[in-house]
Design a binder for this molecule. Structure first.
Ligand code: CO
Length: 214
């Protein structure tokens, strides 16, 4: 059996097992989803959102990219965020990074990664803004992991800077934003920060006229 055939075989086994345990499992989920969480995570294969949080199909809406970035020109992220917040009305938006992230590590070097440079330039900006907090560490891994944490904080702030979140916070639906970091070596999530509609954003980023189209 080839590796990809193995995936299909695993899927066959999984669906049979689900039905055996709960005959209504698929029919219940087939037409509707009510996830309470939006997960914005790293694409890294070692950080599967549902496995590490013990969530089941239907419980978590997922967007992943290199280094769990919230980039305001990323139409993919914006569409996912809008759909999750406005239509699915998720209660929590979680940005989950992970220690020893290859994307963050790449941003700390001067290597030319081709088209990937354009993406990780956003992480270089986080480094530049927080240079003094990072460079107090002499150890390379400690610097990397500090940047991983600071990057998660910045991405939570980037969420709060979107008109999508600002509009939601002005209405009754007020999702909480979370910044977490997952440890590849122990499988544990470290909660780094939280932000709600009661927290204050730098007024420079607050929009006064949210009725206008984005
Ligand atoms: Co990563």
């Amino acid at each position: 059996m080839t590796p990809y055939e193995q995936l299909l075989q695993n899927n066959d086994d999984w669906s049979r097992e689900q039905i055996k345990q709960d005959p209504e499992f698929f029919s219940r989920l087939a037409n509707v989803q009510h996830p309470e969480f939006l997960w914005i995570g790293c694409s890294d294969s070692r950080v599967p959102a549902d496995k590490i949080t013990g969530t089941q199909p239907g419980e978590i809406f997922v967007h992943r990219n290199i280094a769990n970035m919230v980039v305001h020109t990323d139409l993919n992220l914006l569409a996912v965020l809008e759909y999750a917040v406005v239509h699915l009305k998720v209660e929590h938006v979680i940005v989950c990074g992970h220690y020893n992230c290859g994307g963050v590590k790449a941003a700390m070097t001067s290597h030319n990664f081709g088209i990937i440079n354009k993406w990780i330039r956003n992480i270089k900006d986080v480094y530049r803004i927080h240079r003094s907090e990072i460079e107090i560490y002499m150890d390379e891994t400690e610097r990397l992991n500090k940047l991983v944490e600071l990057n998660v904080r910045e991405q939570v702030l980037n969420l709060a800077k979107t008109s999508i979140i600002q509009k939601a916070w002005k209405k009754n639906h007020r999702p909480m934003l979370h910044g977490w970091v997952y440890g590849l070596d122990d499988g544990r999530i470290n909660p780094i920060c939280k932000m709600s509609h009661e927290d204050h954003l730098d007024p420079l980023y607050e929009f006064d006229d949210l009725v206008k189209e984005d």
